[in-house]
Design a protein around this ligand. Sequence first.
Ligand code: SAM
Ligand code: SF4
Length: 469
Amino acid sequence: MKTFSEKVTSDFINDAEISTALSAFKTADASAIKNILAKAKELHGLSPQEVAALMAVSDPELLGELFSTAKWIKERIYGKRLVLFAPLYISNMCSNECVYCAFRARNKAVQRRALTQEEIVREVRILVEQGHKRILLVAGEGYPQEGFDYILKAVKSIYSVKSGKGEIRRVNVNIAPLSVEDFIKLKAEGIGTYQVFQETYSRKVYANVHTGGMKKNYDWRVTAMDRAMQARIDDVGIGVLFGLGDWRYEILAILMHIRHLEQKFGVGPHTISVPRLEPAVGSDFASSPPYPISDVDFRKIVAILRVAVPYTGIIMSTRETPNIRRETFALGVSQISAGSRTNPGGYSSSDGEAEASQFSLGDHRPLDEVIRDVASLGYIPSFCTACYRLGRTGQDFMDLAKPGEIKAHCDPNGLSTFQEYLLDYASPETVVVGEKLIASTLEKMDAGQKNASTQMLEKVRAGQRDVYI
Ligand code: SAM
Ligand code: SF4
């Protein structure tokens, strides 16, 4: 088969257009900003010029309006649910030289390990017994002898685990870009989202921080989603490693990447991840990022993405502290990781954590504590995997999300999966907070939604599992 990579071009990141937009909107006129925010509420997204104007906002009152618009949009489209997942690092072997990452090939400070399939099963069992239903498989770009088959077997191993009433219902994957042929094989294993972060869209910065291995090839990476979508992986997740370059440039480049995918495939990415560079063992670079992102700018980034691309999920990891996570839930984050370890084998043993982790975590709390916190803030902790299993992916998902209809599924499915968690895994303190949240959420629903949710909750309380609409 002819590989798609031969045909695809990467000229959709248009530096000239980005520079023009950035220099034309260095200051923000209050009435123009208000108009842009009003337009954002129509839920059709914003142009790069409008986004450039929002990025220039610094006046506290206007910032407050940006944040409240983001919150309004988030609740309008997704309701109150916040989806939870756990990353599963299966290997820290890597042949690349990303100067910011502890896993880079020449870093002697890290002990290398690729989990066996038995070890993967053991890790997954622990996550299932904590109550997780979604896993993000993560690996460096350097597989053991069997090559890419290792990843395919790992996905199979994850789905094979059953423990008590639980199992993993959606495996998302964050691994290096593949050929179309390999993406087809990955899709055949039943993955949910394929994620890869461009890290930086600036070719110059990219070249400076990726000094060896396959990842040096900017074009191969930036065209990964074209190949994934050509292989019919409907849900793809993009992202930038914030701190490497100017965040304003990166946001506009993200919009161009999205525009390219929408024009070519009729649908943009399912999610955007917003990692900030964190300290990593053996990387001085990671401890002093060239473009550090302040907490205020980080909140701005989340809010601007929410108003600019309202239908795309925003993922935040445990790189961030509990406080930042709490603040950004309201601004548009729709998925979070919880109880994470970033060293292979980290769920079964804390030995060697410091010597084998990818980066430092900001949130060390166990899943149950995160859930209690999220619920006490009024968000529904959700383990829902319904869309992907009902085939509501890619264009079908967007068709539902665009008019705001996905909320009619997300909130009831969020409640039923949260109820499962409360019955099967939660601590007594979390049960108290959680049951209160379920009752108050039902009260706020319209009659149709309340009725659907109540019936689903009754089924779960009667012992049925995996109840969704
Ligand atoms: N190796 C594959 C790749 O690079 O695409 C996938 C896995 S890699 C472990 C996942 C992501 O971790 C990278 O895309 C990068 O954005 C992020 N990462 C690496 N070093 C980091 C650091 N010091 N702080 C925060 N995130 C980091
Ligand atoms: Fe390897 Fe990915 Fe880390 Fe780069 S970011 S060194 S490719 S694991």
